[in-house]
Design a protein around this ligand. Structure first.
Ligand code: SF4
Length: 420
C-alpha cells in the first residue's frame, strides 16, 4: 500500500513536497538563470529568510524561501532556470523540469526611506505575502559574555553585518507597513523580538502595536519570549494583537537545553508551555501558535510536540532546520526530507482533527515555514479528500476575514486623512 505523498502529479512535482524538499536540499542557480540583477536574498530575523523567495505556480501559488547561499544548497539536485518570455522561471531536478515558478520582484518599498532616513528594507521584510519585522534591542542571548544564543539562530549576525537593525522606531515600522500595504496589499504584519532581561516587553512593543492597529488596520502577530506575568497577555490582546506565537523550538527537554541554552536559562520549557496554554484559554487571541524546528528533535519528539500543541488548541508552526552561516550549527547537515514528511503530515492531520483554524488568514502565505494547510500535500493521495467540509468552512472564513481586513484598512486610511 502506498503511504507517502504522490510525488509527480500532472507532470509536475507535488508543490508541498517540492517546498519541503527545497528547504531540505536547497536550490542552485543554473548558468541560464537571470534574476534581473537585483539583490534577492536577505539576512533577517532568525535567519530563515536567507534564501530566494519563489512562488510555485499553480495550486494556489505556494510561497517558498529556497536556501541558495548555504553550502548544502551547492549540492542540490534542483536548479533554477529562466526566465521565459512570459517572465516565469522553471526548476529542474537532475535536469528534468519539475515546476514552473515565479520569482517575485524585489519590493520597491525596500528602497524608500522612512521619515527618519532608514531604508524600509532594513525595517521590514516580505516573507511570502506578509511583512515580518524584528523589533527592538538585540536578544539578550546574543550579548557577551554569555554564549547563550540558540544554536541555529542568526539574529546577532543579521544586525551586525546582515540586513537587519535594532534602532527601528514605531514610526519607522508604521511607515514601512503602510508602504508594504500600498505596494503589495499585505494584510498581516508580524513582529518578533528576543529576550529582554529587564522584561520591558509591553513598554517596548505596546506603542508600535497600538500605532499599527490605529494607522494601518493590518492584522498583527507578535512573537516574544514567554511573559513572566501571564496576566500581561491580556494587555497584549488589548493592543489588538490577533496572533501570538511562542517558539520553544525543541520538545525534548535535553535537546531544548542543548539547542537553546539561553531560552532554557532565561525561561525554561515549562514557561513556554504555560504561556501557550494561557494564551489559548484566556486573552482571546484569534490564534495562538507554538513554534518548533523539525530536524533538531527526532521526528517522534516533533510529533509529540504537535500532539500537545493541537491538544491544547494551539496551531503548530513547524520550521525546517536550516544550517545558517554565522550560527553554531552552520556546518551541520540539513534534515532528510523523507524523515520530515510524516511530521508535516501529522501536523495537518492533528490540526484538522482538532478543528483548528488553519489557512483562514486572508492573503497570508508564509514562505519560511510549511504552512499547516500546505501539509495536506504530504498526505497519501487516498487521504487528500478528507475533511472536505472543514476546508470549505476555512475557505468561507478566509473570504469573510478578507472583507473585514479591507474594511479595517479603509477606516484606518480615513483616520489618517482626518488627522492630516
Ligand atoms: S531567543 Fe534564541 S532564536 Fe530568539 S532571537 Fe534570541 S537567540 Fe535567537
Amino acid at each position: 500500500m502506498h503511504t507517502g505523498p504522490a510525488l509527480i502529479e500532472r507532470g509536475r512535482l507535488n508543490p508541498g513536497y517540492l517546498k519541503l524538499d527545497l528547504f531540505c536540499r536547497g536550490l542552485r542557480l543554473a548558468s541560464d538563470c537571470d534574476l534581473g540583477g537585483e539583490e534577492q536574498t536577505r539576512r533577517v530575523r532568525a535567519g530563515l529568510g536567507s534564501g530566494l523567495e519563489l512562488c510555485i505556480q499553480g495550486r494556489g501559488g505556494i510561497r517558498v524561501n529556497a536556501p541558495v547561499t548555504e553550502a548544502f544548497a551547492r549540492r542540490s539536485p534542483y536548479e533554477l532556470h529562466g526566465p521565459r518570455a512570459d517572465g516565469s522561471h522553471w526548476i529542474t531536478h537532475d535536469g528534468k523540469e519539475v515546476a514552473s515558478v515565479r520569482v517575485p520582484p524585489r519590493p520597491k518599498f525596500y528602497d524608500l526611506l522612512t521619515s527618519s532616513g532608514k531604508p524600509m528594507g532594513s525595517v521590514g521584510t516580505i516573507q511570502g505575502t506578509y511583512l515580518g519585522i524584528y523589533f527592538g534591542m538585540l536578544c539578550a542571548n546574543w550579548k557577551a559574555p554569555d554564549d547563550d544564543a540558540c544554536r541555529f539562530c542568526a539574529v546577532g549576525t543579521n544586525v551586525s553585518d546582515g540586513d537587519d537593525r535594532t534602532d527601528k522606531s514605531a514610526r519607522d515600522v508604521v511607515e514601512t507597513a503602510l508602504a508594504a500595504q500600498r505596494e503589495l496589499g499585505v494584510t498581516f504584519v508580524h513582529l518578533n523580538g528576543g529576550f529582554d532581561d529587564t522584561q520591558r516587553y509591553l513598554e517596548r512593543f505596546g506603542p508600535v502595536l497600538e500605532a499599527l492597529r490605529q494607522e494601518t488596520g493590518l492584522l498583527t502577530g507578535l512573537q516574544l519570549p514567554p511573559l513572566r506575568r501571564l496576566a500581561n497577555y491580556d494587555a497584549v490582546r488589548a493592543l489588538g494583537v490577533n496572533n501570538i506565537s511562542l517558539c520553544f523550538e525543541a520538545w525534548n527537554p535535553r535537546r531544548f537545553a542543548e539547542i537553546c541554552p539561553g531560552k532554557n536559562r532565561r525561561a525554561g520549557l515549562a514557561r513556554y508551555k504555560a504561556a501557550i496554554v494561557h494564551c489559548v484559554k484566556g486573552p482571546g487571541f484569534d490564534t495562538t501558535n507554538g513554534e518548533l524546528i523539525a530536524g533538531l528533535d527526532t521526528p517522534e519528539d516533533s510529533m509529540a510536540a504537535i500532539d500537545w500543541l493541537t491538544g491544547v488548541g494551539a496551531v503548530p508552526t513547524v520550521c525546517v532546520f536550516r544550517p545558517l552561516a554565522g550560527t553554531h550549527y552552520a556546518t551541520l547537515p540539513p534534515p532528510a526530507t523523507e524523515s520530515l514528511v510524516p511530521v508535516f503530515a501529522h501536523a495537518y492531520r492533528r490540526c484538522m482533527a482538532h478543528g483548528l483554524p488553519i489557512g483562514v488568514a486572508p492573503n497570508v502565505k508564509v514562505s519560511i515555514v510549511m504552512n499547516p494547510e500546505e501539509c495536506r500535500w504530504l498526505l497519501p493521495p487516498t487521504e487528500r479528500g478528507r475533511w472536505r467540509w472543514r476546508r470549505a468552512k476555512h475557505a468561507a472564513t478566509r473570504l469573510a476575514l478578507g472583507a473585514y481586513v479591507r474594511g479595517r484598512a479603509r477606516r484606518a486610511a480615513r483616520g489618517r486623512a482626518a488627522s492630516g
